[in-house]
Design a protein around this ligand. Structure first.
Ligand code: UDX
Length: 443
Protein backbone atom coordinates (compact mmCIF):
# COMPACT_ATOMS: atom_id res chain seq x y z
CA UNK A 1 0.00 0.00 0.00
CA UNK A 2 1.05 3.64 -0.41
CA UNK A 3 1.41 5.21 3.02
CA UNK A 4 2.29 8.75 4.09
CA UNK A 5 3.50 9.42 7.65
CA UNK A 6 3.55 12.98 9.00
CA UNK A 7 5.85 14.09 11.84
CA UNK A 8 9.20 12.31 12.09
CA UNK A 9 9.81 12.16 15.81
CA UNK A 10 10.43 8.79 17.41
CA UNK A 11 6.81 7.71 16.77
CA UNK A 12 6.57 8.83 13.14
CA UNK A 13 9.98 7.58 12.10
CA UNK A 14 9.58 4.13 13.66
CA UNK A 15 6.08 3.87 12.17
CA UNK A 16 7.46 4.81 8.71
CA UNK A 17 10.26 2.30 8.96
CA UNK A 18 7.93 -0.42 10.21
CA UNK A 19 5.67 -0.08 7.18
CA UNK A 20 8.66 0.12 4.80
CA UNK A 21 10.07 -3.03 6.39
CA UNK A 22 6.68 -4.71 5.83
CA UNK A 23 7.02 -3.98 2.10
CA UNK A 24 4.80 -0.91 1.81
CA UNK A 25 5.78 2.23 -0.05
CA UNK A 26 6.21 5.01 2.51
CA UNK A 27 6.67 8.73 2.13
CA UNK A 28 7.80 10.16 5.44
CA UNK A 29 6.96 13.85 5.78
CA UNK A 30 8.29 16.57 8.07
CA UNK A 31 8.59 20.35 7.91
CA UNK A 32 12.14 20.30 9.26
CA UNK A 33 14.37 20.33 6.16
CA UNK A 34 17.59 19.70 8.06
CA UNK A 35 16.05 16.62 9.70
CA UNK A 36 14.95 15.39 6.26
CA UNK A 37 18.46 15.89 4.87
CA UNK A 38 19.95 13.91 7.76
CA UNK A 39 17.46 11.08 7.29
CA UNK A 40 18.00 10.99 3.54
CA UNK A 41 21.72 10.57 4.20
CA UNK A 42 21.00 7.71 6.59
CA UNK A 43 21.43 9.59 9.88
CA UNK A 44 18.80 9.44 12.62
CA UNK A 45 18.70 12.76 14.49
CA UNK A 46 17.85 11.21 17.88
CA UNK A 47 18.74 8.17 19.95
CA UNK A 48 16.59 5.04 19.45
CA UNK A 49 17.80 1.47 19.78
CA UNK A 50 17.96 -0.33 16.43
CA UNK A 51 16.54 2.48 14.32
CA UNK A 52 19.80 3.34 12.51
CA UNK A 53 20.08 -0.22 11.19
CA UNK A 54 16.46 -0.18 10.02
CA UNK A 55 17.00 3.08 8.17
CA UNK A 56 20.22 1.82 6.60
CA UNK A 57 18.44 -1.36 5.49
CA UNK A 58 15.34 0.34 4.04
CA UNK A 59 16.82 3.46 2.38
CA UNK A 60 18.40 1.62 -0.59
CA UNK A 61 15.17 -0.34 -1.22
CA UNK A 62 13.44 2.97 -2.01
CA UNK A 63 10.45 1.74 0.00
CA UNK A 64 10.90 4.84 2.17
CA UNK A 65 11.47 8.38 0.98
CA UNK A 66 11.63 11.63 2.93
CA UNK A 67 9.84 14.76 1.84
CA UNK A 68 8.38 18.06 2.96
CA UNK A 69 5.96 18.16 0.04
CA UNK A 70 2.33 17.61 0.94
CA UNK A 71 1.18 17.56 -2.67
CA UNK A 72 3.26 14.45 -3.37
CA UNK A 73 2.43 12.75 -0.06
CA UNK A 74 -1.29 13.46 -0.46
CA UNK A 75 -1.45 10.96 -3.31
CA UNK A 76 -0.94 8.09 -0.81
CA UNK A 77 -3.92 6.00 0.17
CA UNK A 78 -3.29 5.91 3.94
CA UNK A 79 -2.13 8.87 6.02
CA UNK A 80 -0.66 8.46 9.51
CA UNK A 81 -0.58 11.61 11.60
CA UNK A 82 2.23 11.41 14.17
CA UNK A 83 2.68 15.08 15.11
CA UNK A 84 3.57 15.89 18.71
CA UNK A 85 0.82 17.40 20.85
CA UNK A 86 2.57 19.36 23.63
CA UNK A 87 0.48 20.87 26.44
CA UNK A 88 -1.27 24.21 26.17
CA UNK A 89 -1.23 26.39 29.29
CA UNK A 90 -4.60 24.90 30.26
CA UNK A 91 -3.12 21.39 30.13
CA UNK A 92 -4.96 20.32 27.00
CA UNK A 93 -2.81 19.03 24.14
CA UNK A 94 -2.17 21.31 21.19
CA UNK A 95 -4.07 19.96 18.22
CA UNK A 96 -3.96 23.05 16.00
CA UNK A 97 -1.04 21.75 13.92
CA UNK A 98 -2.91 18.53 13.23
CA UNK A 99 -5.98 20.50 12.15
CA UNK A 100 -3.90 22.73 9.86
CA UNK A 101 -2.10 19.75 8.33
CA UNK A 102 -5.35 17.89 7.71
CA UNK A 103 -6.87 21.01 6.11
CA UNK A 104 -3.89 21.19 3.75
CA UNK A 105 -4.15 17.50 2.96
CA UNK A 106 -7.85 17.62 2.28
CA UNK A 107 -7.20 20.43 -0.22
CA UNK A 108 -4.86 18.07 -2.09
CA UNK A 109 -6.95 14.88 -1.81
CA UNK A 110 -8.60 13.78 -5.07
CA UNK A 111 -9.87 10.33 -4.08
CA UNK A 112 -10.87 8.33 -0.96
CA UNK A 113 -8.36 8.20 1.88
CA UNK A 114 -7.80 6.73 5.34
CA UNK A 115 -6.63 9.30 7.88
CA UNK A 116 -5.11 7.58 10.89
CA UNK A 117 -4.43 9.57 14.06
CA UNK A 118 -1.49 8.20 16.05
CA UNK A 119 -0.84 11.47 17.90
CA UNK A 120 -2.15 11.54 21.47
CA UNK A 121 -5.29 13.67 21.23
CA UNK A 122 -8.12 14.55 23.63
CA UNK A 123 -11.04 12.17 23.74
CA UNK A 124 -13.50 13.17 21.02
CA UNK A 125 -10.88 14.82 18.79
CA UNK A 126 -11.17 12.23 16.01
CA UNK A 127 -14.95 12.63 15.96
CA UNK A 128 -14.54 16.42 15.65
CA UNK A 129 -11.90 15.98 12.96
CA UNK A 130 -14.15 13.58 11.07
CA UNK A 131 -16.95 16.15 11.02
CA UNK A 132 -14.54 18.91 10.04
CA UNK A 133 -13.13 16.84 7.15
CA UNK A 134 -16.61 15.89 5.93
CA UNK A 135 -17.67 19.57 5.98
CA UNK A 136 -14.52 20.60 4.06
CA UNK A 137 -15.05 17.90 1.43
CA UNK A 138 -18.66 18.96 1.02
CA UNK A 139 -17.74 22.64 0.71
CA UNK A 140 -15.16 21.88 -1.97
CA UNK A 141 -17.60 19.55 -3.74
CA UNK A 142 -15.33 16.54 -3.36
CA UNK A 143 -17.57 13.57 -3.49
CA UNK A 144 -15.49 10.88 -1.78
CA UNK A 145 -14.87 9.58 1.71
CA UNK A 146 -11.94 10.37 4.02
CA UNK A 147 -12.28 8.06 6.97
CA UNK A 148 -10.75 9.17 10.28
CA UNK A 149 -9.36 6.33 12.38
CA UNK A 150 -7.83 6.45 15.86
CA UNK A 151 -4.76 4.24 16.30
CA UNK A 152 -2.84 5.31 19.41
CA UNK A 153 0.78 4.35 19.94
CA UNK A 154 2.17 2.99 23.18
CA UNK A 155 5.85 3.39 22.35
CA UNK A 156 8.53 3.94 24.94
CA UNK A 157 11.11 6.45 23.86
CA UNK A 158 14.43 4.69 23.31
CA UNK A 159 12.62 1.38 22.72
CA UNK A 160 10.18 2.55 20.07
CA UNK A 161 11.46 0.13 17.44
CA UNK A 162 11.10 -2.86 19.75
CA UNK A 163 7.62 -1.66 20.79
CA UNK A 164 6.55 -1.10 17.17
CA UNK A 165 7.63 -4.52 15.98
CA UNK A 166 6.52 -6.34 19.15
CA UNK A 167 3.61 -4.37 20.64
CA UNK A 168 1.41 -5.67 23.46
CA UNK A 169 -1.70 -4.70 21.52
CA UNK A 170 -2.99 -2.79 18.51
CA UNK A 171 -5.93 -0.50 19.15
CA UNK A 172 -8.12 0.50 16.21
CA UNK A 173 -10.74 3.15 16.80
CA UNK A 174 -13.32 3.03 14.04
CA UNK A 175 -16.91 2.05 13.39
CA UNK A 176 -16.28 1.48 9.70
CA UNK A 177 -15.88 -2.20 8.69
CA UNK A 178 -13.83 -1.10 5.67
CA UNK A 179 -11.35 0.89 7.79
CA UNK A 180 -11.18 -1.99 10.26
CA UNK A 181 -10.20 -4.36 7.43
CA UNK A 182 -7.55 -2.00 6.07
CA UNK A 183 -5.99 -1.46 9.51
CA UNK A 184 -6.03 -5.17 10.32
CA UNK A 185 -4.36 -5.88 7.00
CA UNK A 186 -1.67 -3.27 7.74
CA UNK A 187 -0.84 -4.87 11.09
CA UNK A 188 -1.51 -8.50 10.12
CA UNK A 189 2.03 -9.71 10.78
CA UNK A 190 2.08 -8.56 14.42
CA UNK A 191 1.71 -11.29 17.04
CA UNK A 192 -0.49 -9.43 19.50
CA UNK A 193 -4.18 -8.87 20.28
CA UNK A 194 -5.98 -6.34 18.09
CA UNK A 195 -8.90 -4.52 19.67
CA UNK A 196 -11.44 -2.64 17.61
CA UNK A 197 -13.52 -0.05 19.43
CA UNK A 198 -15.02 3.40 19.06
CA UNK A 199 -12.67 6.28 18.29
CA UNK A 200 -13.38 7.78 21.72
CA UNK A 201 -12.54 4.58 23.60
CA UNK A 202 -9.41 4.19 21.52
CA UNK A 203 -8.26 7.74 22.28
CA UNK A 204 -8.95 7.26 25.96
CA UNK A 205 -7.11 3.91 26.08
CA UNK A 206 -3.86 5.76 25.50
CA UNK A 207 -4.53 8.16 28.38
CA UNK A 208 -5.67 5.32 30.63
CA UNK A 209 -2.43 3.38 30.01
CA UNK A 210 -0.22 6.35 30.87
CA UNK A 211 -2.41 7.26 33.86
CA UNK A 212 -1.94 3.78 35.29
CA UNK A 213 1.81 3.75 34.65
CA UNK A 214 2.22 7.16 36.29
CA UNK A 215 0.02 6.08 39.20
CA UNK A 216 2.15 3.01 39.87
CA UNK A 217 5.24 5.20 40.04
CA UNK A 218 3.63 7.80 42.32
CA UNK A 219 2.18 5.16 44.66
CA UNK A 220 5.64 3.69 45.13
CA UNK A 221 7.11 7.16 45.53
CA UNK A 222 4.57 8.06 48.20
CA UNK A 223 5.30 4.78 49.98
CA UNK A 224 9.02 5.55 49.72
CA UNK A 225 8.40 8.71 51.75
CA UNK A 226 6.83 6.58 54.50
CA UNK A 227 9.59 3.98 54.22
CA UNK A 228 12.13 6.76 54.79
CA UNK A 229 10.35 7.81 57.96
CA UNK A 230 9.88 4.38 59.47
CA UNK A 231 13.15 2.67 58.62
CA UNK A 232 11.99 0.37 55.81
CA UNK A 233 13.63 -0.17 52.42
CA UNK A 234 11.40 0.60 49.43
CA UNK A 235 13.59 -1.55 47.18
CA UNK A 236 12.79 -4.65 49.23
CA UNK A 237 9.12 -3.64 49.32
CA UNK A 238 9.19 -3.24 45.51
CA UNK A 239 10.50 -6.76 45.10
CA UNK A 240 7.95 -8.13 47.57
CA UNK A 241 4.91 -6.57 45.92
CA UNK A 242 6.19 -7.08 42.38
CA UNK A 243 6.02 -10.83 42.81
CA UNK A 244 2.24 -10.59 42.99
CA UNK A 245 1.11 -11.02 39.37
CA UNK A 246 -1.95 -8.89 40.09
CA UNK A 247 0.43 -5.99 40.73
CA UNK A 248 3.26 -6.85 38.31
CA UNK A 249 6.89 -5.96 38.74
CA UNK A 250 7.21 -3.14 36.23
CA UNK A 251 6.95 0.59 36.89
CA UNK A 252 7.46 0.19 40.64
CA UNK A 253 10.86 1.90 40.80
CA UNK A 254 10.99 4.75 43.27
CA UNK A 255 12.94 7.82 42.39
CA UNK A 256 12.53 11.52 41.81
CA UNK A 257 9.50 10.99 39.63
CA UNK A 258 8.55 10.54 36.03
CA UNK A 259 9.48 13.00 33.29
CA UNK A 260 9.60 12.91 29.51
CA UNK A 261 7.30 14.03 26.78
CA UNK A 262 4.37 11.75 27.64
CA UNK A 263 3.47 10.87 31.23
CA UNK A 264 3.46 14.43 32.71
CA UNK A 265 1.73 15.85 29.63
CA UNK A 266 -0.90 13.12 29.46
CA UNK A 267 -1.76 13.54 33.14
CA UNK A 268 -2.23 17.28 32.60
CA UNK A 269 -4.41 16.51 29.60
CA UNK A 270 -6.56 14.07 31.57
CA UNK A 271 -7.01 16.53 34.44
CA UNK A 272 -7.95 19.28 31.96
CA UNK A 273 -10.40 17.00 30.13
CA UNK A 274 -11.96 16.14 33.49
CA UNK A 275 -12.25 19.88 34.29
CA UNK A 276 -13.98 20.47 30.97
CA UNK A 277 -16.56 17.86 31.93
CA UNK A 278 -16.93 19.22 35.49
CA UNK A 279 -15.05 16.23 36.92
CA UNK A 280 -12.22 16.58 39.40
CA UNK A 281 -9.80 13.71 38.69
CA UNK A 282 -8.45 13.55 42.23
CA UNK A 283 -6.18 10.54 41.80
CA UNK A 284 -4.55 12.10 38.73
CA UNK A 285 -4.01 15.33 40.66
CA UNK A 286 -2.41 13.45 43.55
CA UNK A 287 -0.19 11.47 41.19
CA UNK A 288 1.09 14.79 39.82
CA UNK A 289 1.57 16.29 43.28
CA UNK A 290 3.57 13.32 44.54
CA UNK A 291 5.68 13.49 41.38
CA UNK A 292 6.60 17.09 42.19
CA UNK A 293 7.17 16.51 45.91
CA UNK A 294 9.66 13.68 45.26
CA UNK A 295 12.09 16.17 43.74
CA UNK A 296 11.70 18.67 46.57
CA UNK A 297 12.23 15.97 49.18
CA UNK A 298 15.56 14.90 47.73
CA UNK A 299 16.66 18.52 47.43
CA UNK A 300 15.77 18.96 51.12
CA UNK A 301 17.88 15.90 51.96
CA UNK A 302 20.78 17.48 50.08
CA UNK A 303 20.36 20.77 51.91
CA UNK A 304 20.25 19.02 55.28
CA UNK A 305 23.24 16.83 54.56
CA UNK A 306 25.44 19.45 52.89
CA UNK A 307 24.37 22.59 54.75
CA UNK A 308 24.99 25.86 52.94
CA UNK A 309 25.40 24.91 49.29
CA UNK A 310 27.11 28.17 48.29
CA UNK A 311 30.46 27.40 46.68
CA UNK A 312 30.05 23.62 46.94
CA UNK A 313 30.73 21.50 43.89
CA UNK A 314 28.11 18.91 43.01
CA UNK A 315 28.78 16.25 40.40
CA UNK A 316 25.65 15.27 38.47
CA UNK A 317 25.49 12.00 36.55
CA UNK A 318 22.60 11.88 34.12
CA UNK A 319 20.43 14.62 32.64
CA UNK A 320 17.98 12.82 30.32
CA UNK A 321 14.49 12.03 31.61
CA UNK A 322 15.43 8.35 31.72
CA UNK A 323 18.32 6.06 30.86
CA UNK A 324 19.62 5.57 27.30
CA UNK A 325 17.86 8.52 25.65
CA UNK A 326 19.02 12.02 24.74
CA UNK A 327 15.68 13.66 25.56
CA UNK A 328 15.57 16.09 28.49
CA UNK A 329 11.92 17.18 28.19
CA UNK A 330 10.47 17.49 31.71
CA UNK A 331 13.52 15.65 33.07
CA UNK A 332 13.77 15.74 36.87
CA UNK A 333 17.43 16.76 36.51
CA UNK A 334 16.36 20.19 35.24
CA UNK A 335 14.70 20.97 38.57
CA UNK A 336 17.90 20.05 40.44
CA UNK A 337 20.15 21.96 38.04
CA UNK A 338 18.19 25.19 38.35
CA UNK A 339 17.62 24.88 42.13
CA UNK A 340 21.25 24.03 42.88
CA UNK A 341 22.42 26.97 40.74
CA UNK A 342 20.05 29.24 42.69
CA UNK A 343 21.50 27.91 45.94
CA UNK A 344 25.00 28.88 44.78
CA UNK A 345 26.39 25.41 44.03
CA UNK A 346 28.81 24.75 41.19
CA UNK A 347 27.81 21.83 39.00
CA UNK A 348 29.93 19.39 37.01
CA UNK A 349 27.52 17.48 34.82
CA UNK A 350 27.93 14.30 32.78
CA UNK A 351 25.48 12.51 30.50
CA UNK A 352 26.71 10.31 27.67
CA UNK A 353 23.82 11.26 25.33
CA UNK A 354 22.01 14.39 26.48
CA UNK A 355 24.66 17.11 26.97
CA UNK A 356 23.92 18.80 23.62
CA UNK A 357 20.26 19.09 24.59
CA UNK A 358 21.28 20.42 28.00
CA UNK A 359 23.52 23.05 26.38
CA UNK A 360 20.55 24.36 24.38
CA UNK A 361 18.32 24.30 27.47
CA UNK A 362 20.86 26.20 29.60
CA UNK A 363 21.26 28.83 26.91
CA UNK A 364 17.52 29.19 26.43
CA UNK A 365 16.90 29.53 30.18
CA UNK A 366 19.94 31.78 30.72
CA UNK A 367 21.47 29.23 33.07
CA UNK A 368 24.76 28.85 31.20
CA UNK A 369 26.70 30.56 33.95
CA UNK A 370 30.20 29.93 35.25
CA UNK A 371 28.53 27.67 37.83
CA UNK A 372 27.98 24.92 35.25
CA UNK A 373 30.66 22.73 33.74
CA UNK A 374 29.69 20.06 31.20
CA UNK A 375 31.96 17.04 31.49
CA UNK A 376 32.94 14.40 28.98
CA UNK A 377 33.16 11.52 31.48
CA UNK A 378 31.81 10.31 34.80
CA UNK A 379 35.24 10.66 36.35
CA UNK A 380 35.77 14.20 35.09
CA UNK A 381 32.49 15.23 36.72
CA UNK A 382 33.59 13.72 40.04
CA UNK A 383 36.92 15.51 40.19
CA UNK A 384 37.09 17.28 43.58
CA UNK A 385 33.30 17.39 43.93
CA UNK A 386 31.75 17.63 47.39
CA UNK A 387 28.97 15.21 46.50
CA UNK A 388 27.57 13.10 43.68
CA UNK A 389 23.95 13.29 42.54
CA UNK A 390 22.84 10.40 40.28
CA UNK A 391 19.83 11.39 38.19
CA UNK A 392 19.23 8.54 35.72
CA UNK A 393 18.99 4.77 36.04
CA UNK A 394 21.74 4.13 33.43
CA UNK A 395 23.67 0.89 33.55
CA UNK A 396 26.96 2.81 33.36
CA UNK A 397 26.08 4.50 36.66
CA UNK A 398 24.76 1.33 38.27
CA UNK A 399 28.07 -0.37 37.45
CA UNK A 400 30.25 2.50 38.65
CA UNK A 401 33.41 1.58 40.53
CA UNK A 402 32.56 2.97 43.96
CA UNK A 403 36.17 2.80 45.17
CA UNK A 404 37.12 5.05 42.24
CA UNK A 405 34.21 7.37 43.05
CA UNK A 406 35.49 7.62 46.62
CA UNK A 407 39.02 8.38 45.45
CA UNK A 408 37.93 11.16 43.09
CA UNK A 409 35.34 12.88 45.24
CA UNK A 410 36.53 15.49 47.69
CA UNK A 411 33.44 14.87 49.84
CA UNK A 412 31.81 11.56 50.62
CA UNK A 413 28.09 11.89 49.96
CA UNK A 414 26.09 10.17 47.22
CA UNK A 415 22.54 11.30 46.51
CA UNK A 416 20.91 8.55 44.51
CA UNK A 417 17.77 9.94 42.83
CA UNK A 418 17.02 6.59 41.09
CA UNK A 419 18.17 4.06 43.71
CA UNK A 420 20.81 2.69 41.35
CA UNK A 421 23.23 1.75 44.12
CA UNK A 422 22.97 -0.65 47.02
CA UNK A 423 23.33 1.42 50.19
CA UNK A 424 25.58 -1.17 51.78
CA UNK A 425 27.98 -1.21 48.82
CA UNK A 426 28.19 2.57 48.97
CA UNK A 427 28.89 2.52 52.71
CA UNK A 428 31.47 -0.22 52.30
CA UNK A 429 33.30 2.05 49.85
CA UNK A 430 33.51 4.63 52.63
CA UNK A 431 30.81 6.89 51.26
CA UNK A 432 27.49 8.09 52.74
CA UNK A 433 24.31 7.06 50.93
CA UNK A 434 21.13 9.10 50.50
CA UNK A 435 18.57 7.30 48.38
CA UNK A 436 14.80 7.33 47.95
CA UNK A 437 12.91 5.42 50.64
CA UNK A 438 15.96 3.48 51.72
CA UNK A 439 16.28 4.83 55.31
CA UNK A 440 19.36 3.78 57.23
CA UNK A 441 20.92 7.23 56.98
CA UNK A 442 18.50 8.79 59.43
CA UNK A 443 17.27 11.40 56.94
C1 UDX B 1 5.83 6.40 28.28
C2 UDX B 1 5.06 5.09 28.23
O1 UDX B 1 5.84 4.08 28.89
C3 UDX B 1 4.77 4.70 26.80
O2 UDX B 1 4.00 3.52 26.76
C4 UDX B 1 3.99 5.85 26.14
O3 UDX B 1 3.67 5.56 24.81
C5 UDX B 1 4.81 7.13 26.22
O4 UDX B 1 5.10 7.40 27.60
P1 UDX B 1 8.36 7.17 27.90
O5 UDX B 1 7.91 8.58 28.03
O6 UDX B 1 9.31 6.80 26.84
O7 UDX B 1 7.10 6.18 27.69
O8 UDX B 1 9.02 6.80 29.29
P2 UDX B 1 8.90 5.63 30.36
O9 UDX B 1 9.86 4.57 30.06
O10 UDX B 1 7.49 5.24 30.57
O11 UDX B 1 9.41 6.42 31.66
C6 UDX B 1 8.78 7.63 32.04
C7 UDX B 1 9.41 8.21 33.28
O12 UDX B 1 9.06 7.41 34.40
C8 UDX B 1 10.94 8.30 33.26
O13 UDX B 1 11.30 9.55 33.79
C9 UDX B 1 11.36 7.17 34.17
O14 UDX B 1 12.59 7.43 34.80
C10 UDX B 1 10.21 7.13 35.18
N1 UDX B 1 10.01 5.82 35.81
C11 UDX B 1 9.70 4.73 35.05
C12 UDX B 1 10.07 5.72 37.19
O15 UDX B 1 10.32 6.70 37.90
N2 UDX B 1 9.85 4.50 37.76
C13 UDX B 1 9.55 3.39 37.04
O16 UDX B 1 9.37 2.33 37.65
C14 UDX B 1 9.48 3.51 35.64
Amino acid sequence: MDIAVYGLGYVGLTTSLYFAEMGHCVVAVDVDESKLRQLQSGKVPFVEHGIDDLLEKNLPTKRISFSSSLSAAAKSEIHFICLGTPSNVDGLPQTEKIMALVDDLVRHFQDPKYLVIKSTVPVGFCDQLDKHVKDSLKKSKKNFLVDVISNPEFLREGWATQDTFHPHRVIIGTDSPDSEDVMKELYHSLQCPTLVMSRRSSEMSKYAANALLATKISVMNELSQLADKNGADIEMIRQAVGLDPRIGEQFLNSGVGFGGSCLPKDLRALIAQGDQQGLKLEIMQSVTLVNTSQKKLLLDKMKMALGDLRGTQIAIWGVAFKADVDDIREASSLFFISELIKLGANLSIFDSLALEQLKLYLREHKLNSAQVKLCSSQTQALDKADALLVMTESLEFRQANLALVKSLLKGSKIFDARNVFHPLAVRQAGLSYYGIGRSGDGL
